[in-house]
Design a protein around this ligand. Structure first.
Ligand code: ADP
Length: 201
């Protein structure tokens, strides 16, 4: 980074932005194989929180690759840069006082650790979508496993590119056993318990 670039402190600070919204900012980081349910659950939680009046923002793997990361591919190097950018963008949204939901395969422990380090303790919530490769492959919602098996797509996570299972995720959701509603309930319960959101009855 250039030495002559100076960080500007803002007049309205992060905590004030969050206070205005009656919530605490955090990042829910959904990680797991393609087809494990990251987008489905992140979207369902987004709807649940939004309808309760919380201010959220959802960052989704495929969408980000259309814009912010359209110059990146799927090599190990590009995957690292993809996650680094998403981590920084998630941090900016959290600084704006939002509850951020990010759904990315993010197969490497080191990358997830890097994003975790951008956040104060307790604000990075790693949600491991723990569905087996067999389950994900049988769902194959985008037909990608079929293409990976036939060699049409290379470096596909779980097939010819590794997925490193999180050692200590804040939450583990087995979407082969839990329904979408069960997963959303578990996430909302976690946020209430940690007082990231307040009960609104
Ligand atoms: P990812 O974002 O991890 O690639 P998606 O959410 O796009 O995964 O796809 C998961 C697929 O599995 C969807 O077609 C969804 O309808 C289906 N599915 C079945 N049961 C569940 C569940 N309990 N949780 C999440 N997704 C489920």
């Amino acid at each position: 980074m250039a030495d002559d670039i100076v960080w500007h402190d803002h007049k309205v600070v992060r905590s004030q932005r969050a206070e205005n919204k009656n919530q605490k900012p955090c990042l829910l980081w959904f990680t797991g194989l393609s087809g494990s349910g990251k987008s489905t659950i992140a979207n369902a939680l987004d709807v649940a929180l939004h309808s309760r009046g919380y201010h959220t923002f959802l960052l989704d793997g495929d969408n980000v690759r259309h814009g912010l990361c359209s110059d990146l591919g799927f090599s190990d190097e590009d995957r690292v840069e993809n996650i680094r950018r998403i981590g920084e963008v998630s941090k900016l949204f959290a600084d704006a006082g939002l509850i951020v939901l990010s759904a990315f395969i993010s197969p490497f422990n080191s990358d997830r650790r890097l994003v975790r380090k951008l956040f104060p303790a307790g604000e990075f919530i790693e949600v491991f979508m723990d569905a087996s490769l067999e389950t994900c492959e049988s769902r194959d919602p985008k037909g990608l496993y079929q293409k990976a098996r036939s060699g049409e797509i290379k470096q596909f996570t779980g097939i010819d590119s590794p997925y490193e299972v999180p050692a200590h995720p804040e939450l583990r959701l087995d979407t082969s056993r839990m329904s979408v509603d069960d997963c959303v309930d578990a996430l909302v319960a976690y946020l209430l318990e940690r007082e990231m959101i307040a009960r609104k009855d």
